[in-house]
Design a protein around this ligand. Structure first.
Ligand code: ADP
Ligand code: MG
Length: 589
């Protein structure tokens, strides 16, 4: 605590105005004292000697005679071994412990340590006496679940430090001193295995930022082939209720080619958050067969918790992601839903009586969203290792209207857009990512020309389908009708994917390449077919057999048997691949 004294002079919902005597800085944390409780808040504006604070708790009971204490610290998280597997609220309180402490209704004003202070960790030093180190460099390691957790020099350490003393290999608690560092002026600093870092400050203790090019494979065909995400990239998923957001989040968490997944469930209905909390620990990690929680952190806030903590949870999430990136790991942050966070910003801005922008969102909405997504990135660390933070944010636009400010601001900054479509989820075509509206700026695992060819067929087939609704099947030519059947075939056997089957639900890169070529050759073939009924029967059979093949393990005898059967069906109709498609396929190899 600092010497600055404050007194509440006004309360407006979650915003409290405090008159202070002394020094207060922006984003400083303070506590409002009410009836024996200390309620945490953050200074969000200072005018003269009045500070406006957003309070991270219910504010009932706060009145104009309450005292306020200031900490001199910015809103921070504690980082160190023991973060993996935790479920936190936005202020990094471990939720299961909080529930134990206060029973069914979470008591306000209770703040618990984020990391267990008594757990012992097997420390192995990697730095030696005399080494010169900088912030973010590691001085030793401890095993944490499946990873080698690097114990780092705190990010706030400016300049170079010489290692004066380093602990011997052995078991230590997070707050035991494990090294003594001497700064450029000769002053000694003891460090332990954990430290605090302000959540709103991006961690930049790396050598250089790289450009996100390597794909973050999700094993969802529609994503990897058509709308890929890169490691260190960003993407946005607008998700109307029931569109399959949760299922997609689970499949991505399980299968994405990353080390660690951080889920920031922010402001969604309590029911959905409970769902996340119940289901996540039951998800199996396909790599280890053990619980996915071993490499997951969940941060959650429901819509019934104070709005300010929604903001805290997205920042807490990204800060923890940056911390693990600093160990050379690949981290995926799923923020669900950023719209709720934006609503919190709007509410607070209204209370501050700021000049409103579009739809009453604050004028800085866009820059705030942009600077959040900018914290994603792939970086080379000073030790030569590469780590990444990929951010996927959902937005929940009211009435599915993508023109609203939050979706628009997000679309300006992200590298890929996976627009979930109500029409597709109603038709139970999952994942319901819209093949026409979605886009990505990242590189696909499949050659661009092949993907473009497939998209073109899909688009033209969809147009024929629209036209048929007007003129009927009789009014459609056989060629157009076959085009339509081809686009439906592509959709049914490749774009749609059943997540609930271990084989079909996770299509690896090699398999996607193999199967996609096969599909292209079918899309690019002409057949000896003379009427629509015949065409329909043929494509039905083809589709059914292809789907059967999708459920067979890639490379197994069953897989090749199913493929042979498909080849037989194709031969029977005199399938012949057009020469330009043959050339495309050859180029794409
Ligand atoms: P949301 O979270 O957007 O409200 P859910 O993810 O809960 O929607 O999905 C709703 C339902 O849709 C699921 O219970 C499931 O039956 C079905 N579903 C969604 N995605 C898939 C998928 N890829 N494969 C099969 N069924 C799916
Ligand atoms: Mg859901």
């Amino acid at each position: 605590m600092t010497d600055t004294k404050g007194k509440v002079v006004a309360v407006n919902g979650n915003m409290v105005s405090v008159e202070f005597d002394g020094k207060v800085s922006l984003n400083e944390v303070g506590y409002v004292k009410v009836g024996g409780q200390s309620l945490k808040g953050e200074v969000i504006r200072i005018r003269g000697n009045t500070a406006q604070m957003q309070i991270y708790e219910m504010t009932n009971g706060i009145s104009t005679d309450c005292n306020v204490e200031f900490t001199g610290d910015l809103l921070s998280v504690e980082v160190g071994p023991g973060l993996l597997g935790q479920v936190y609220d936005g202020l990094q309180n471990p939720l299961p412990l909080l529930a134990e402490h206060s029973g069914y209704f979470l008591e306000r004003g209770v703040y618990l340590s984020a990391l267990d202070e008594n757990t012992k960790w097997d420390f192995t030093p990697t730095a030696k006496e005399g080494d010169v180190v900088f912030a973010g460099d590691s001085v030793g390691t401890v095993p944490e679940g499946p990873f080698t957790h690097k114990i780092q020099v705190p990010y706030g350490f400016l300049g170079s430090y010489t290692v004066k003393k380093i602990a011997k290999a052995g078991s230590y608690k997070i707050h035991d001193t494990i090294a003594t560092l001497v700064d450029e002026k000769g002053k000694s600093h003891n460090i332990c295995m954990s430290f605090k870092w302000p959540v709103k400050r991006a961690v930049n203790c790396y050598a250089e930022r790289l450009s996100p090019e390597e794909p973050m494979v999700t094993k969802v065909r529609l994503i990897d082939t058509f709308f890929p995400v890169a490691k260190g990239g960003t993407y946005c998923i607008p998700g109307p209720f029931g569109a399959g957001k949760t299922v997609l989040q689970h499949t991505t968490s399980r299968n994405a080619d990353v080390d660690i997944v951080i889920v920031a469930a922010c402001g969604e209905r309590a029911g959905e958050v409970v769902e996340t909390l119940k289901e996540f620990p039951e998800l199996k990690d396909p790599r280890t067969g053990r619980s996915l929680m071993e490499r997951t952190i969940i941060i959650c806030n429901t819509s019934s918790m104070p709005v300010a903590s929604r903001e805290a949870s997205v920042y807490t999430g990204v800060t923890l992601a940056e911390y693990y990136r600093q160990m050379g790991l690949n981290v995926l942050l799923l923020a669900d839903s950023t719209s709720r966070w934006a609503q919190a910003m709007r509410e607070m801005s209204g209370r501050l009586e700021e000049i409103p922008g579009e739809e009453a969102f604050p004028a800085y909405l866009e820059s705030t969203i942009a600077s959040f997504y900018e914290r994603a990135g792939i970086v080379r660390l000073r030790d030569g290792n590469v780590g990444s933070v990929t951010i996927g944010g959902t937005v929940s636009p009211a009435g599915g209207n993508f023109e609203e400010p939050v979706t628009q601001a997000t679309l300006k900054v992200v590298g890929a857009f996976h627009g979930l479509s109500r029409e597709r989820s109603d038709a139970r075509r999952y994942p319901s990512i819209d093949p026409l509206d979605s886009w990505s700026k990242y590189k696909s695992i499949i050659s661009r020309n092949l993907v473009e060819y497939a998209r073109e067929i899909y688009k033209r087939g969809a147009e024929v389908n629209q036209m048929m609704k007007v003129v009927g099947e009789e009014g459609t030519s056989l060629d157009d009708f076959i085009l339509y059947l081809k686009s439906e075939f592509l959709d049914a056997v490749y774009m749609q994917q059943d997540s609930f089957d271990d084989v079909e639900g996770a299509t690896g890169v090699d398999r996607q390449k193999y199967v996609f070529s096969k599909i292209i050759s079918i899309l690019g073939s002409s057949f000896k077919i003379s009427e629509k009924e015949e065409a329909r029967g043929f494509f039905n059979m083809l589709r059914q057999n292809f789907i059967d093949m999708n459920y067979k393990t890639f490379g197994s005898k069953d897989f090749y048997d199913a493929e042979k059967k498909i080849d037989g069906i194709l031969a029977e109709k005199g399938a012949s691949v057009d020469s330009d498609v043959k050339a495309l396929l050859k180029d794409g190899e």
